[in-house]
Design a protein around this ligand. Structure first.
Ligand SMILES: [Cu+2]
Length: 692
């Protein structure tokens, strides 16, 4: 559904939610022909009939029924009210925004109440609206007619330059974690944040693969922040250096040195786009929201030998969302005394912390002046909860060259890229022949699923590329082949199934579960023999999407719902999208390190509310070490260039592995509207200045 030029135009203007939900509404008058940032013209008929007052009615079970009044007409300057007959809170929120990136109207409607929706100053035109908490189902259209002048939707002004965090390259680093004022919003006060070395995002650490890196983090935050713990996401390292949630902490006023050898199985790791963030028990959401996240890039000789864009044409880009108070401070949606089991409307499965404004490298609506050159973007979704479906405003595709865990076997041309929290994509954009153009990086409503339960993505313009310089020389190009995933012999039989669900009820308390249990730091859920290769099935039995992250190893995606994974999941991964009912099978070999590691959802509300488990890598017993394991040679299931390894090799492998169940597997080929899930009302709705 993407790709139509009109729609691309609408998206480029951004901030107007795309047509998915609106298309099912009763056909509007000509007034509903959408223009991205100007209200559409009203009709004569509308002029004649528009009342001076109108109501939006929210029925019982609106979460599944939608608004009772999906189309409302109103004379300009008239009074609009919202009547909520439901037992839970809803909102009436405009799709379109003002230049500050906030909706033109955005009104909470408590249960069993009637409130005024302030639209009296809006210009005549058509305004699509949704419920902030239930936008997939609850959508409607307001037509304002008559009068002249008034407030119209406008795109962000892209007033401030993109900031690249400082780059640190040394083997021994010391990074203070401290309060700092950050110029997040372009006007007004700076924002007090918790930062790595005064920067949000934290400094970008760039290191060669195989070179030991020691980082000493110093906790200089106020004592009320408590202890911290740092996780280098996607990396392979020992348990003690993994950012354990309850052990190996960094208390207030103390420091801790983390050791990252950047090796795997005695060899240098692959080049990768990693990131680091706090991982404290039940506090990860708060600590990341406050600013504790940064990027960590690993280079290796192979990647450096490729002609991909380098240097200033290689841009780390962390996208995140935050909500601010009127004086530009972060809201505090997090409880003073966190617990995994919650009651009330924001309890699981409705717990979520969503930002209302969208940031690129910690800045609202930044611009970047670029040359007529190829650029490599290391996209990282550093949001607590929000997934994005990234697109470029002029309809050009991305060329994805890597995941967060290294290069793909070959480039993949993608019109849009869905990234949940913690997911990364390494992409190349070509600005040749685009001198003087302005191209937006946007998120569009995802269109890869028809499931009404799958989480949606926002429609928003995040940043602007200004093609300002003519580059006469561009030596970069995108090779036809990049890097095959490492070979792996994985059991065909599932070693372990992890099922993600929710338990309890919101009256007495609910929490997320993994295999029926909420997280318990004193419980090990699986013992994994060191040196073994595991095939794990990840299944989402819950009513909303999760993005599941496995620590310690980098994984092959064997299958997605029983089918070969898409081309962009044929590299190594550490975090997978699991829409409701979805199943992903993954495989990895456990090398090097014993100890306890995590598996959890990276929507941080879910993680903090129990959707986490832990496995312990142990020295294998003799019996388990010698037992033959039926195996699949990966990557293979999705090989496109091969239909079978040479019979001799297969026979040999089968014999070695002790059984006939070796599947042939080929060498790697060389080659909706806003969130449909629930969202935390607190984050956006009840701004509370945080004392820090
Ligand atoms: Cu989740």
């Amino acid at each position: 559904m993407l790709g139509g030029s009109w729609q691309r135009g609408a998206l480029s203007a951004a901030l107007v939610l795309a047509a998915a939900g609106v298309a099912s509404l009763p056909a509007p008058s000509t007034a509903a022909v959408r223009s991205p940032h100007t209200a559409a013209p009203h009709t004569v008929a509308a002029l004649a009939t528009a009342p001076d007052s109108a109501s939006i009615v929210i029925p019982h079970n609106a979460r599944t029924q939608g608004y009772q009044t999906r189309r409302v007409s109103l004379a300009q300057g008239g009074t609009l009210s919202a009547v909520n007959f439901d037992t839970i809170e809803h909102t009436v929120t405009a799709d379109a925004t003002g230049s500050n990136g906030l909706p033109l109207f955005d009104t909470d409607v408590p249960p069993n109440s009637t409130v005024n929706v302030p639209v009296g100053k809006l210009a005549s035109g058509t305004y699509h609206f949704h419920c902030f908490f239930h936008p997939q189902v609850m959508t409607g259209t307001l037509v304002i007619s008559g009068g002249s002048g008034g407030v119209k939707p406008v795109p962000p002004k892209f007033e401030q330059p993109l900031v690249l965090p400082p780059v640190l390259t040394k083997a021994n680093l010391r990074i203070p974690i401290k309060v700092a004022n950050v110029r997040v919003l372009p006007h007004g006060a700076t924002t007090r944040m918790w930062t790595f070395a005064g920067s949000y995002p934290g400094p970008t650490i760039v290191r060669p693969a195989g070179k030991d890196t020691k980082i000493t983090f110093v906790n200089q935050l106020p004592s009320s922040a408590g202890s911290l713990t740092m996780h280098l996401h996607g990396d392979h390292h020992s348990s003690a250096n993994d950012g354990q949630p309850t052990t190996h902490l960094i208390p207030h006023g103390h420091s801790r040195t983390y050791d990252f050898p950047l090796t795997d199985g005695g060899k240098p790791e692959r080049a990768a786009s990693l990131w680091y963030h706090d991982h404290r028990m039940m506090r990860t959401g708060r600590d990341v929201w406050m600013g504790l996240e940064g990027m960590f890039l690993i280079h290796d000789a192979h990647e450096q030998s490729l002609p991909l864009p380098k240097g200033r044409f290689d841009i780390p880009l962390m996208i995140s969302s935050r909500t601010f108070t009127a004086d530009n401070q972060l809201t505090d949606p997090f409880p003073a005394h966190p617990t995994m089991q919650l009651t009330g409307p924001a309890a699981p499965p409705d717990d979520s912390t969503i930002g209302k404004q969208f940031l690129a490298n910690g800045r609202f609506a930044p611009f970047l002046r670029v040359s007529t050159h190829r650029y490599r973007l290391r996209l990282v979704n550093g949001s607590n909860f929000t997934p994005y479906d990234f697109v470029l405003s002029d309809g050009r595709p991305f060329v994805q060259v890597g995941t967060g865990n290294g290069l793909l076997p070959k480039p993949v041309v993608r019109q849009d890229i869905l990234l949940g929290p913690a997911q990364r994509a390494d992409v190349v954009i070509d600005f040749h022949r685009e001198l003087n153009k302005r191209i937006l990086l946007e998120s569009q409503p995802r269109n890869d699923t028809t499931s009404s339960r799958a989480i949606g993505t926002p429609s928003v313009a995040i940043m602007q590329f200004r093609v300002a310089y003519n580059s006469t020389k561009d030596a970069s190009r995108i090779p036809a082949t990049l890097q095959a995933a490492p070979k792996l012999v994985a059991p065909t039989k599932i070693t372990k199934t992890w099922t993600f669900d929710v338990a309890g009820d919101k009256t007495t308390g609910s929490n997320w579960t993994v295999n029926g249990k909420p997280f318990d730091p004193n419980r090990v859920d699986l013992k994994v023999p060191l040196g073994s290769t595991q095939t794990w099935k990840l299944h989402n039995a819950s009513p909303i999407t999760h993005f599941i992250h496995i620590h310690e190893e980098q994984w092959h995606t064997v299958s997605r719902d029983g089918k070969a994974p898409p081309a962009w999941e044929r590299g190594l991964e550490d975090t997978w999208k699991l829409d409701p009912g979805e199943t992903v099978t993954v495989a990895a070999r456990f090398t090097d390190h014993t100890g306890v590691f995590m598996i959890h959802c990276h929507m941080l509300d879910h993680e903090d509310h129990g959707l986490m488990a832990q496995f312990q890598v142990v020295r294998p017993s003799r019996s388990s070490a010698s037992r033959p394991v039926p195996a699949t040679f990966l990557p293979a299931l999705f090989g496109t260039t091969s239909r079978g390894a040479p019979a001799g090799i297969l026979a040999t492998m089968s014999a070695l592995l002790g059984g006939p169940t070796v599947h042939r597997v080929a060498p790697l080929p060389k080659s909706r509207r806003w969130m449909c899930g629930p969202r935390t009302k607190h984050a956006a709705r009840r701004p509370v200045a945080r004392p820090i």
